[in-house]
Write a protein that binds this ligand. Structure first.
Ligand SMILES: NC(=O)c1ccc[n+]([C@@H]2O[C@H](COP(=O)([O-])OP(=O)(O)OC[C@H]3O[C@@H](n4cnc5c(N)ncnc54)[C@H](OP(=O)(O)O)[C@@H]3O)[C@@H](O)[C@H]2O)c1
Length: 367
């Protein structure tokens, strides 16, 4: 019998759900045991229901699996959720109430004060917030979220600067790939040869999530980071990879060499714990004058590294640079997978030893 932890995927047929299936195919700790999507797909085999968009084939076992209704009955206790926020808001609490660990991609619960919003390299300690959740107290279930796909690349690049020099203000403009809008997403006639300077609620999400992620856990609350920030978000005709032009003002003066060293030397909890999906280098500085570019750099670190380049002085703030990250890997399925690996090592996944013990009881096991 397999020793792996059985996991389910909510929204398994979508763009992010497909990435989960791809990334879980040979995962050392988890195996896909249950798939769910809307009523349109439920009852069909996954091969029939999903319009597979990835370059690797659908794993044979998954292709033949039946897609279930999105209800907790019969679901395993570890759920990766890739639902549209409107459905997630209703469904994720049902799974948590049924005792599941819900590792979510959706924005529905991210900003709730008792829900951890986590990038394991940046704020692994925020996982402790799950102990405030009523589901955890009642059934052992909980919800942990990962950020919006454009916030995650930005925050990976900012974290080493914030840690070493402090950040006073941020100005960011994004150029976001079409896969970020799901499938079928943006109509081809709207995006081909075009730029759309609007992505609903994206600028607000980037600004509030960046502050929560780089904020500090004080007692049982996250105190948001106190920098000022503005984001401009654009959709561009790129398949995968969100590119961002960033200007920053630092609290403490830093040279370009010190900043590049901070990017390249950044390592954190996932690297120390050698989590299976952790990239060796969460942030990679590319010295070429015309990089990073989505076509060439999006898969760096198996899609889990953020690429930074073009660091130079900024005439308005202190410095400006470019960041690129893979929106459906580091920005979605890979982010959730890394969160689940962190939870597993912390003994917090249902079925794993000691999973009902509180985080505080095991404080000291992990940073
Ligand atoms: N794409 C990205 O780069 C990205 C990055 C970060 C976060 N996210 C977030 O991840 C979530 C999923 O995004 P996506 O791009 O994968 O979207 P998507 O391609 O539109 O997929 C949506 C999935 O949800 C299912 N679904 C729709 N209505 C449902 C219902 N009433 N009950 C149960 N399942 C239902 C769909 O099933 P059917 O096939 O049966 O309709 C499909 O599996 C969203 O919250 C999104 O904001 C996406």
């Amino acid at each position: 019998m397999s020793q792996k932890i059985p996991v389910g995927i909510l929204g398994a047929t979508g763009v992010v759900g497909q990435r989960f299936i791809q990334m879980l195919e040979n995962h050392p700790w988890f195996e896909v045991a249950w798939l769910a999507a809307s009523d349109r797909s439920a009852g069909q085999s996954y091969g029939e229901a999903a319009r597979w968009r990835l370059k690797t084939p659908v794993p044979e076992m998954v292709r033949r699996m039946k897609v279930s209704n999105a209800t907790p009955e019969g679901a395993p206790q570890v759920i990766f959720a890739a639902l549209d926020a409107s459905f997630a808001r209703e469904l994720e609490p049902q799974f948590a109430a049924a005792g599941c660990a819900v590792v979510s991609n959706s924005s529905a619960l991210r900003m709730q004060t008792d829900v951890p919003l986590v990038i394991p390299e940046v704020n692994a300690g925020h996982v402790a917030l799950i102990e405030r959740q009523h589901w955890r107290k009642q059934s052992g279930g909980f919800v942990v979220t990962n950020p919006n796909c454009s916030a995650i690349g930005l925050v990976l690049a900012l974290a080493p600067l914030h840690r070493s020099f402090g950040i006073e203000s941020i100005f960011v403009t994004t150029m976001q790939a079409v896969s970020g809008a799901g499938y079928p997403g943006v109509a081809s006639l709207d995006i081909l040869g075009n730029v759309i300077p609007y992505i609903a609620k994206e600028e607000e999400k980037m600004e509030e999530e960046t502050r929560k992620l780089l904020g500090s856990l004080v007692g049982d609350r996250v105190r948001p980071a106190d920098f000022s920030m503005t984001a401009h978000c654009n959709r561009v005709p790129v398949e995968d990879g969100h590119t961002e032009s960033v200007s920053v003002k630092l609290k403490r003066k830093a040279s370009a060499e010190e900043m590049i060293a901070a990017f390249n030397e950044f390592r954190s909890t996932p690297q120390e714990l050698q989590l299976p999906s952790a990239p060796e280098h969460p942030v990679v500085y590319d010295p070429a004058p015309d990089r990073p570019q989505p076509r060439f750099d999006v898969d760096r670190g198996n899609g889990m590294s953020a690429s930074v380049g073009r660091l130079r002085p900024c005439g308005v703030l202190d410095y400006k640079f470019t960041v690129l990250s893979h929106n459906t890997i580091r920005g979605a399925a890979g982010a959730a997978l890394l969160n689940a690996e962190l939870l597993k090592v912390q003994g917090l996944l249902p079925g794993a030893p000691d999973s009902r013990h509180s985080y505080a009881e095991r404080a000291g096991v992990l940073p």
